[in-house]
Ligand binder design. Structure first.
Ligand SMILES: Nc1ncnc2c1ncn2[C@@H]1O[C@H](COP(=O)(O)OP(=O)(O)OP(=O)(O)O)[C@@H](O)[C@H]1O
Length: 629
């Protein structure tokens, strides 16, 4: 399978102005640890400059002057300096790691919170793998680059300053000659900088695409689809193509890195030769002592390390800024759907109070365009022009009431907009026009927390986390006791089945609850909503053919789950439409008919047709089910 190539504009994207300014507060919050790093670095830099000066004295005062004591004492001093240097490097490493890991923690938790606040529409657009990769690879990239930049830049500046000062003190002529070559060191960085920045961004993007593919194939649904429809060679080929792009980009990155390194190695050799030549001549002329020349060469060696680092630092700085830029890009995405600042909590109805009613008042809706909900770099494929445009209307001027404590059934042909209506009640999406009211309040005026604890949703393909049945149920109410869980499971007619499992409530259900049948999953989802015990239940009934026994179990479970609650049910079963207090018939996003089963059948309209094709009992089958939702 050939994946479409990325939009070239994504990798050409320039770093946004202000990214660097936004990084600074992260450093400021860690000034204590950074001060320790600075101190340790200073100690190390002083030692780097002092060592060769001691060397000079050993040669000129000790060896040439024939003073054994001076030689021994100064050699011991060198050992002492080395010990202090090692300790300083240890402290520097420890505190840099603290700064770096603290940064990873801070960015990651903030990004997780931010992603959680995104509306459902965001998750329908983005590639999970790309998103996970943004929270992993990019954040770690930002940390590694930032800590190396911070630690390195301090040590480089200090070392270069101190070493140069020492060199000037020893011989300004030789030092000046050596310095003439320094600007040439920066030439490759200057010439290749933009290309390196593009390669880094592209590498991250391709890496995320590869993770995305693995994420999609390595879950039960994806693996099943691949096994049933995919061809292993084609699958492997598609993956190999992505892996090859990653390989090629990283090869190019390595080559550019090597180019920097090679040019600096060449220059180092040339400058060393220059210092030997010029310094040697000055020693012969008696201007310099031999010890001074040795010290100068030792200092020069210490200068090249930092200068080499300086050239690779450009890559690190770019990597840090690009990584931060990609993390900030995610953090800057404003959730399309937010709680209003003055949102009020919807009070839970007191014992004996009726459940709240739901009102749809002239609601029109279309799904948001891609540009409103996500960012292109989190989507694997290039957006088409149509995706950026306004989407078609899905609901048009929909008005109806779901009376308190009563069951309202939604029916209609596939694609009529039934699921979309149910999404508007718990505010998974907001209407474009009109209002959805719960207990008389516009849902947009309520806090999301209180709204979602008032509305319990059971979708058709109820998702279960890869965890125990107990943990999956308690997700709705972490405080629930085992007795509460057993009560809910009994009411949902699933307890006998759980009891028959080897580990009972502690049985782990597979990825997406795959080890359970569709009917069992629905009943577990009902138990979950019963634990939450919301006054409003929004439910999408199972469409799978159920045998008489499961049908009876579901029927009883539903009767318990919905009793006394305001219920809005996408009906796929005859029993539900018959029992419904009201049936709302939708077609092409409009309400076509409303009434009871009997009245609508008698009217002979769309419902009567639907009843004949979808709900009416047929010979040999007690029930006929509706369309796939
Ligand atoms: N996330 C989405 N983005 C864009 N369009 C969507 C999205 N979800 C659904 N739609 C479109 O909205 C329309 C109504 O879909 P909806 O799922 O509400 O219909 P439905 O009546 O529940 O159908 P079914 O009975 O087949 O489930 C369809 O045309 C569908 O393609």
């Amino acid at each position: 399978m050939r994946a479409r190539l990325y939009d070239e504009n994504l990798t050409r994207q320039k770093i946004k102005a202000g990214t660097v300014r936004r990084i600074l507060p992260y450093a400021k919050r860690r000034r204590g640890s950074l001060a320790v790093v600075l101190l340790a670095t200073t100690v190390s830099a002083v030692i780097a400059a002092a060592g060769p000066l001691v060397l000079k004295r050993i040669i000129d005062d000790g060896i040439t002057g024939q003073h054994l004591r001076v030689v021994v004492e100064l050699s011991l001093l060198l050992v002492g300096l080395a010990l202090v240097d090692v300790a300083a490097i240890f402290v520097q490493t420890l505190f840099s790691a603290r700064v770096g890991q603290g940064l990873v923690y801070e960015l990651r938790t903030a990004a997780f919170r931010h992603v959680q606040r995104q509306p459902l529409a965001f998750f329908t657009r983005v590639q999970t793998g790309s998103l996970v990769s943004r929270l992993n690879t990019d954040i770690i990239g930002a940390q590694q680059a930032l800590t190396s930049v911070l630690a390195q830049s301090l040590s480089i500046v200090l070392t270069v300053a101190l070493v140069l000062a020492a060199m000037f003190a020893l011989s300004w002529q030789v030092t000046l000659a050596a310095l003439v070559t320094v600007p040439i060191f920066f030439l490759p960085a200057k010439l290749l900088g933009r290309r390196v920045q593009r390669l880094i961004r592209e590498g991250m993007q391709q890496d995320a695409a590869m993770s995305s593919m693995m994420n999609e194939r390595f879950n039960v649904s994806g693996a099943m689809l691949a096994q049933l429809y995919g061809d292993p060679d084609r699958e492997a080929g598609g993956f190999a193509a992505r892996a090859a792009r990653v390989r090629d980009i990283f090869v190019r990155q390595d080559v550019y890195g090597r180019l920097f390194f090679m040019s600096t190695t060449l220059l180092t050799a040339c400058t060393t030769a220059l210092v030997y030549g010029m310094g040697g001549a000055l020693v012969i002329d008696g201007v310099l002592q031999i010890g001074t020349l040795v010290a100068l060469l030792a200092l020069l060696m210490r200068l090249y390390g930092p200068i080499n680092q300086l050239t690779s630092m450009q890559r690190n700085v770019i990597a840090a800024v690009v990584s931060f830029d990609r993390v900030f890009e995610l953090m800057d995405l404003q959730p399309l759907l937010r709680e209003r600042p003055n949102a009020r909590a919807l009070p839970a109805p007191a014992e004996g109070d009726p459940a709240p009613e739901i009102v749809f008042d002239a609601v029109s809706f279309r799904y948001p365009a891609a540009t409103e909900v996500s960012i292109p770099s989190l989507e694997t494929h290039t957006r088409t022009a149509a995706e950026a445009q306004e989407q078609p209307w899905i609901l048009r001027d929909v008005s109806f009431e779901v009376p308190a404590g009563k069951l309202t059934a939604l029916v209609g042909p596939s694609g009529a907009g039934k699921s979309t209506i149910t999404h508007l009640v718990p505010r998974l999406y907001d209407p474009v026009d009109g209002v959805v009211r719960v207990a008389g309040h516009d849902v947009r005026d309520l806090t999301l927390g209180s709204l979602r604890s008032t509305v319990g949703v059971v979708s058709q393909d109820a998702h279960l986390f890869h965890d125990t049945i107990r943990a999956n149920l308690a997700y709705a109410d972490p405080e629930a006791s085992t007795e509460d869980i057993v009560r809910a499971c009994t009411a949902a007619r699933i307890w006998d089945m759980i009891l028959a499992l080897p580990d009972g409530l502690d049985t782990v259900v597979g990825d997406r609850g795959y080890r359970l049948s569709g009917g069992e999953k629905q009943r577990l989802a009902l138990a979950r909503v019963l634990l939450k015990s919301p006054p409003i239940v929004v439910l999408d009934e199972a469409t799978a053919h159920l045998d008489a026994e499961s049908e009876a179990a579901i029927q009883q479970a539903l009767a318990t789950a919905l009793a006394g609650r305001t219920s809005l049910v996408i009906a796929h079963r005859l029993a539900t439409v018959r029992d419904a207090d009201q049936i709302v018939v939708l077609d092409e996003g409009r309400v076509r008919e409303r009434g009871t089963h009997e009245s609508l059948r008698a009217a002979g309209g769309l419902y009567a047709d639907l009843y004949r094709t979808q709900f009416a009992p047929q010979s040999g089958s007690p029930l006929q089910v509706g369309p796939t939702s």
